[in-house]
Write a protein that binds this ligand. Sequence first.
Ligand SMILES: Nc1ncnc2c1ncn2[C@@H]1O[C@H](COP(=O)(O)OP(=O)(O)OP(=O)(O)O)[C@@H](O)[C@H]1O
Length: 589
Amino acid sequence: MLASPTARPAPPAGIGSTLRRLWPLLRPHRRRLAAGGVCILVFVLCWPLLAWLAGRLIPAIGAGNVVVTLQTILAALAVFVVQKAAQFGQDTLLAAPALHVSQALRHELFARLQRLDFNALEKLSAGDLTYRLTEDADRVGEVIYKTIQDTTPSALQLLAVLGYMVWLDGTLALATLLLAPVVALLVSGFGARVMGAAERSQQQVSELASLLGEAIAGLPLVRAFAAEPWLQERFDREIALHRRARYRTLRLLALQHPVVGLLEAAGILAVLLIGAWRIQSGDLNSQGFSSYVAALLMLIDPIAHLTTNFNEFQQGQASLQRLRAIELEPVETPDRADAPPLGPVKGALVLEDVSFAYSPGQPVLHRVDLRVHPGEVVALVGPSGAGKSTLFSLLLRFNACQQGRVLLDGHDLADLRSRDLRRAVALVPQQSSIFSGSVAEAIAFGREASPEAIREAARIANADGFVQNLPQGYASRIEERGSNFSGGQLQRLAIARAVLGNPAVLLLDEATSALDAEAEEAVQSGLEAAMAGRTVLVIAHRLATVQNADRIVVLEAGRIVEEGSHNQLMAQAGRYRDLCERQFIHLES
Ligand SMILES: Nc1ncnc2c1ncn2[C@@H]1O[C@H](COP(=O)(O)OP(=O)(O)OP(=O)(O)O)[C@@H](O)[C@H]1O
């Protein structure tokens, strides 16, 4: 029952490919980015200026020179005001593009999800996908924001301050710089390990989300089977795995901060020693050295930011990779560029020598030939796994047959625009999944429809009566999974949704769930009205539909084994009669 597979992993992405992936999303915001860039520049250039002022200030304080001290403090204050204003500009100007990018990323991914190949989609877990589109997308957005608004200024600050230090005293700067590669190596080494650990921990959360998705949907069933301890144990196992994976990441991060911090402290102490030697040998004066130390202290902040951001960048890359994995899943075959629009449809369906397999070498439909005339009602019956739902999936072009052709009014379905096809062929699924929202929205389901058209569809489906009796009529809210409506009411809404666009063909997957006699009668009367004047293919479970159908087609192991009216097939004493006797014997008698 639980946890379907997660999307396959994408190959590892480097920083370059990450930026290449994100740049098209950033491009529309280049003006704001440029303005933000100017603010960053002002912000960054203020640092060497402040270091220079510190060089003047510290000796002036030491000499008790109040005038110079006051002048320098006022100048520093002015620089701080400019710098903080630039920082505000940079943060506000760059926040919008960063947020837009994460929104665009989510939009693209959701659009991709809507186009995914049905088989690929069915194999993916809803919980895992939800996690990717929420948490992973959020993390990527956060990294984009940080990279633009924090990492870039920090890196530039580092460069500007280092440049100033080299200008002050090359030898001292060289000694300082010798430490930098050691720090950089350690940081990047840690980064790679943090990324690996983060990926494992995110994968674990995904699996947790898959389990939760299934658990929440199946909670009534779990309770009915008293399987709570089993599910709890399974959940506990997942959260323990998650805790362990998360702990590994946190331990790495915990180790990284003191190691980098220690290196920095040792570096500063070494610089102080070398500074004393430079002053002694007369190569540097105390003002220059004060300035140098101030600049050195100004390096700590950007290094700390860069280290943290680098880790977050690595974690963000793990998330981006998980998002990219969705992009690698196959999508539905797009419509042919020259697909002609489908005019008015009569509803003639033809399956010509159709064979289909989900996996190579395991055919589910074998050389099926079927002709359904406009307005005809054909019931599909057959044992479980015979291929009835698969046949429906071909008629909606959720799947394409590997051999033969499926035609609607003489047009090969492969040549039609999927949107046209799905407007002409409407589905009433077995489980009437209705989206939350108002009743009118649930019937319209994204299509332009006047209130009258919606009401008319509901009237046909025998739903208008009960909807009118709701306190807010068609504006009444349907909760998630239709929990505030009865099974029969939801089925009638699903019928209304199907007939709204006046489709020529109706595919009915009759609900097998037991409705009470009254609800069943209400649904049945809705169905009969909906079927009038349309070609109907029905996966039949109700005896009434089977008996009233113009033709009954018996499918077995992917082949049509019998065809005819109820009476003809009963007279034949073949598979159909056998099925009837087994399934409906009490009704027959
Ligand atoms: N997405 C899929 N991937 C692989 N195999 C599938 C998939 N869907 C269905 N099958 C297989 O194809 C065969 C036909 O399944 P199908 O759902 O079409 O049968 P059915 O007649 O509708 O059964 P039921 O009455 O139980 O719904 C079964 O063996 C099933 O296991």
